[in-house]
Design a protein around this ligand. Structure first.
Ligand code: SF4
Length: 370
């Protein structure tokens, strides 16, 4: 499918103007942030934005409510903190990784060093600054937690020597030492075979043509199983759900104190690779089964001019409603739940989810008026 639209994916240098001010998206390969970097973001959100850090469905962070001078100040701070290693590539550093990689027994291979090598190779390749902002890489440590996210180029660990490189529904085993170069080569080949498409899946026979450019043939079926990372203890790490994926100042400050680094997950939770105390006291949820787990919402009113409701306030009210008699069908379906202020459904999760949609004078749940 050819496109003629401009790539409007926001970044730090390409700030999106929303109803509540500038919106900047900071790419975090592998979702990783040192405590010092988290503190830089926390202070920037307080001093330049609305005070909150929004977690995104790709494990990145957004700041909202920036005024006219905010973007320049923000980019200076992020550059100094090592969060903008290449100005030209800032919107294309879209690298997901299994957030618990190397931290528990489900991890077949620690992919975090591969994330760093891939990020460096990406930033050193001038042509890849032209990748669409939606193009996505994924490094799965073997547990299958990223399967639903449908990255363009995925490598899933088979063991500590080999990963399965896939661009579609079949893969080819490759040695880990070759993985960063091959993923970068696949992205470069995408730029050669595409017209104006944003994703490999949109290019006719895209996966086959790119693999041919690489001299590879995908023969192995992808493992079907997929696991879900829930809140609670996992090996040496703790996963904390962040209600509606919106970190407050207080929560960010506590997280920056309890561990030398944190990892933002694509499910809007945070992995703390350490024994951590004091998280529940600031409203983070460290046990599974909470109503907050899997509940997400777009910006809604008043942040977005298109919104038909203050979806975040309504979602919060419903989650806090212990009896659950507000919109009972929203819960208990075993799926994620996403609240949208209009039909664009920004930030919706990958895969199956309960669709709660504002329609002006109420909501629809999975297409049914409630
Ligand atoms: S889904 Fe609609 S209301 Fe919500 S942020 Fe996107 S455009 Fe705005």
């Amino acid at each position: 499918m050819a496109r003629t639209e401009v790539d409007r994916c926001p970044g730090v240098l390409a700030v999106h103007q929303a109803a509540d001010g500038g919106l900047a998206r900071v790419r975090l390969p592998g979702g990783r942030l040192t405590a010092a970097q988290l503190d830089v973001l926390r202070l920037a959100a307080t001093e330049l934005g609305d005070g909150r850090l929004e977690l995104t469905s790709r494990g990145n962070v957004q700041l909202r409510g920036l005024d006219a001078d905010g973007p320049q100040d923000l980019s200076d701070r992020l550059f100094a903190a090592g969060l903008l290693p290449s100005l030209a590539h800032e919107r294309v550093r879209n690298i997901l990784a299994s957030p618990l990689s190397g931290l528990d027994q489900e991890s077949r291979y620690d992919v975090m060093p591969v994330v760093a090598a891939l990020d460096q190779a990406l930033c050193e390749h001038p042509a890849l600054a032209g990748l669409p902002g939606r193009f996505l890489f994924a490094l799965d440590d073997g547990r299958g937690d990223l399967a639903d996210l449908r990255a363009d180029v995925t490598v899933r660990a088979l063991d500590d020597r080999t990963g399965l490189l896939s661009l579609g529904d079949r893969g080819v085993p490759v040695e880990w030492a070759r993985v960063p170069a091959l993923m970068v080569a696949a992205a470069a080949a995408f730029l050669l075979v595409r017209d104006q498409e944003w994703r490999i899946a949109e290019v006719p026979d895209g996966a086959e043509r790119i693999l041919e450019e690489l001299g590879l043939q995908a023969t192995e079926p992808l493992p079907a199983e997929s696991t879900r990372v829930v809140a609670g203890g996992h090996g040496t790490a703790l996963v904390a759900t962040v209600p509606l994926g919106s970190l407050t100042q207080e929560q960010a400050a506590v997280l920056a104190q309890v561990a030398p680094e944190v990892r933002i997950t694509p499910w809007r939770s945070v992995v703390v690779p350490a024994v951590a105390r004091g998280l529940e006291e600031v409203g983070l949820v460290t046990t599974s089964g909470s109503r907050w787990e899997g509940v997400t919402a777009c910006a809604g009113q008043p942040g977005c001019a298109k919104a038909l409701a203050d979806v975040r306030a309504d979602a919060t009210r419903l989650v806090a409603d212990a009896a659950g008699d507000g919109l009972p069908r929203v819960f208990g379906r075993g799926r994620r739940v996403h609240w949208s202020g209009c039909e664009r459904r920004c930030g919706k999760p990958a895969g199956s989810y309960v669709d709660v949609l504002a329609v002006g004078d109420g909501y629809q749940v999975d297409g049914e008026r409630v």
